[in-house]
Ligand binder design. Structure first.
Ligand SMILES: [Zn+2]
Ligand SMILES: [Zn+2]
Length: 151
């Protein structure tokens, strides 16, 4: 498998490429990503910014929270990337915009505490309450407790 991957928006006006190995791939369950994509969960490929570049077109940027930027195609509206001042050297690419999303399997869930209660995936990846994967993942008991509170 080549370490160069291409992707882009639905209409094809904006195209990008990434090179190398991503830092991480994770499902994000936060409300903000949900609103941005219209989907119950969003999967990101996290890159060092140097490994990402646009090859055609220029996306628009929407500031979704202070210091948080989401790029999208101005013609078709496809969300493409997430960036934030707190991790300015990274760019997070929406995995479904890749030509070959199958090459980037997710290995963790973040912001799991914000998930839609009826949405779950059958996998054994760690589930983190917030956006950080550095702390301890949630225990089975915590996950069960969360479902109780949200129902
Ligand atoms: Zn487009
Ligand atoms: Zn999110």
């Amino acid at each position: 498998m080549s370490d160069r991957h291409e992707g882009g928006c639905l209409c094809g006006a904006v195209r990008y490429e990434t090179n190398g190995t991503p830092k991480w791939v994770a499902h994000c369950h936060c409300e903000s990503c949900r609103s941005n994509t219209g989907c119950p969960v969003t999967t990101f490929v996290g890159w060092q910014r140097d490994n990402f570049r646009y090859t055609s077109g220029t996306p628009q940027r929407y500031v979704s929270s202070p210091g948080v930027y989401r790029s999208f195609c101005a013609t078709c509206g496809t969300p493409l990337t997430y960036g934030a001042d707190r991790c300015a050297d990274e760019v997070h690419v929406y995995v479904a915009t890749y030509d070959r999303p199958q090459d980037f399997p997710a290995t963790a869930h973040v912001h799991y505490a914000e998930r839609i209660p009826w949405f779950d995936t059958k996998d054994s990846h760690n589930r983190y309450r917030t956006g950080s994967t550095r702390g301890e993942p949630m225990s089975d008991e915590e996950i069960a407790e969360l479902s109780k509170n949200r129902d």
